[in-house]
Design a protein. Structure first.
Length: 129
């Protein structure tokens, strides 16, 4: 998925599926949002759309990966029903080349849907779709 504003890409999202037998019911949600557009709901809207893709494809569990310092991303996914699963110390490099911990969060699709219903029940998200 791609989010646009004034002819510029401001965010992207993807559902990555692995059809190996031992992971066929799992998917990975990937998001990137431009700095100027963070904390404006772009990531949440992309995540919701990717959830719908995952549901259509029969995904039972979604995962996301991020660096430990990415607190805003952690907050978004926590609100959407994701839980911390694992931390791998010094596994990735940030843009400055410093090692960072890789944080893995997962979400059971049934719980994810319940969380989304609660979040959007009180908002006007339908006009944005």
């Amino acid at each position: 998925l791609t989010a646009w504003h004034d002819g510029m890409i401001i965010g992207t999202g993807a559902l990555e599926l692995d059809r190996d037998d031992w992971q066929k019911d799992m998917g990975e949600l990937r998001l990137i949002v431009g700095k100027k557009f963070k904390r404006k709901g772009v990531g949440t809207l992309l995540a919701r759309e990717i959830y719908h893709q995952a549901a259509e494809k029969g995904v039972k569990k979604l995962g996301v990966k991020m660096m430990r310092p990415q607190k805003a991303a952690q907050s978004i996914f926590k609100k959407l029903g994701f839980d911390h699963e694992s931390v791998i110390p010094d596994y990735v490099l940030d843009q400055a080349g410093r090692p960072q911990d890789l944080l893995i969060m997962t979400c059971d699709m049934d719980n994810f849907w319940k969380e989304l219903e609660q979040i959007y029940k009180e908002s006007d998200w339908r006009r944005c779709r």
